[in-house]
Design a protein around this ligand. Structure first.
Ligand code: ZN
Ligand code: ZN
Ligand code: ZN
Length: 406
């Protein structure tokens, strides 16, 4: 049986940021402004046409060898990340996990390794501040857009049990995939984000309470996010709350989508400014995209413990529309995230679904306007040239025509 994630994530919008935590997580530290949205690989941006190099049997012409201080399986995880506490050292490899191959010349690989290595000391300084706050050594991995703290010892991912190091990288990789999806689909510029987003997964409620208090400015046993500036999601990742990796992954996707939306310029959280439909809709939409199911709710005003229609929302919305039982768009557009009913959560998902297929770039514009405090009705008129009534009519027809019955 599916374990539903019962809401109760406390949403916080810190307009001023949480000044005591996470300072200087700017991407300028050890990161590079890059436009390409493909999976980041350190320093490989300039190799348009692949050069060929003399064969080297020692390194298989990769130009680098795993650092003898680390296992090869650990070093391999470090490709494409900018910092990892598991392999951090100021010795031999400088925390990159790799050394230049002595038997051959690969200036491109050397340059990438050097760049990776040079970024590490500054990142290290930032990251250990979190350790100092918590008074123990955190397990932290950093990529271009995210910081992941992974305190679970291991988790079964698919058929394989991943230990903490591999698990941390797995979540980092999943978050980068979400970032790429989010920015590609909505046509969001890299420069629309100024900070790395932090996702902290704790192994017990005590650390979660302490961690969320320190890094999200509010302590709670289950999960808290800090939206807007210093975007952070802190959650207790144990069985108590998540059945397993799939549920945890889905929760992380849902909550990070909230972070992305609020941290994108103009930075603001729309969930308490009558943009609840878009705030929740975006988060649900990414859940549905990867899992075909939505079972995360961020507030507990409604009893969400049973979820809504097993999380399969397209057929549920189709049925509502067929029976003419769906809530009115005008009503949905007046809600904050915490006042959406269960039906309205599903409808909000569907509104986003409709607008994304219609014109994702215009949806991005609409969302920007909402963050600039433009009411939905006006943003809809500007981005899509529709009145609320026209929107509702067109959406109804689209749902009736395209959504599955089951
Ligand atoms: Zn070599
Ligand atoms: Zn690592
Ligand atoms: Zn949510």
């Amino acid at each position: 049986m599916r374990v539903f994630l019962t809401g109760l994530v406390i949403l916080l919008f810190a307009a001023l940021g949480a000044s005591q935590v996470g300072v200087g997580l700017s991407k300028a530290v050890g990161g590079v402004e890059r436009v390409a949205l493909q999976e980041p690989k350190d320093g490989e941006g300039d190799s348009e046409k692949p050069k060929t190099y003399p064969k080297c049997t020692k390194c298989k012409t990769t130009g680098k060898m795993p650092c003898p201080e680390h296992k090869k399986s650990d070093a391999t995880l470090e490709e494409g990340v900018v910092y990892c506490s598991f392999v951090y050292t100021d010795d031999l490899c400088g925390g990159t996990g790799w050394l230049s191959c002595e038997k051959c010349e690969r200036p491109d690989v050397d340059a990438a390794l050097l760049k990776h290595r040079e970024g590490i000391p500054d990142l290290r300084k930032e990251m250990v501040k979190m350790d100092e706050e918590m008074e123990f050594e955190l397990h932290t991995v950093v990529s271009e857009h995210f910081v992941v703290v992974m305190e679970l010892e291991s988790l079964k991912v698919g058929k394989k049990r991943l230990k903490r190091h591999a698990l941390a990288h797995k979540y980092l990789e999943r978050l980068e995939r979400l970032y790429t999806d989010y920015t590609t689909i909505l046509g969001v510029k890299e420069s629309d984000f100024t900070e790395r987003m932090r996702v902290m997964i704790w192994a017990n409620e005590t650390d979660q309470e302490e961690g969320s208090l320190r890094f999200c400015a509010q302590g709670a046993k289950y999960g808290v996010k800090l939206l807007g500036m210093t975007p952070t999601y802190s959650v207790c990742g144990t069985k108590q709350y998540f059945g397993g990796d799939e549920e945890l992954h889905r929760g992380v996707v849902h909550n990070t989508a909230h972070l992305l939306l609020s941290a994108q310029k103009p930075v603001d959280w729309i969930g308490d400014k009558k943009g609840g439909w878009a705030d929740a809709g975006i988060a649900h939409w990414f859940e549905d995209r990867y899992f075909g199911i939505c079972d995360n709710y961020c507030y507990q005003e409604q009893d969400t413990s049973q979820g809504f229609k097993g999380g399969k929302w397209k057929p549920a919305v189709k049925k509502m529309v067929a029976m003419k039982e769906e809530p009115n768009a005008g009503t949905v557009f007046s809600r904050n995230t915490d006042s959406l009913t269960l039906e309205e959560h599903a409808i909000s998902f569907s509104y986003i679904d409709f607008l994304i297929q219609k014109d994702p770039a215009m949806l991005n514009l609409l969302l920007k306007r909402l963050r600039s405090k433009t009411p939905t009705r006006d943003a809809l008129a500007e981005a899509f040239g529709m009145t609320v009534i026209e929107f509702q009519e067109e959406w109804r027809e689209w749902v009736a025509d395209t959504y599955p019955l089951r």
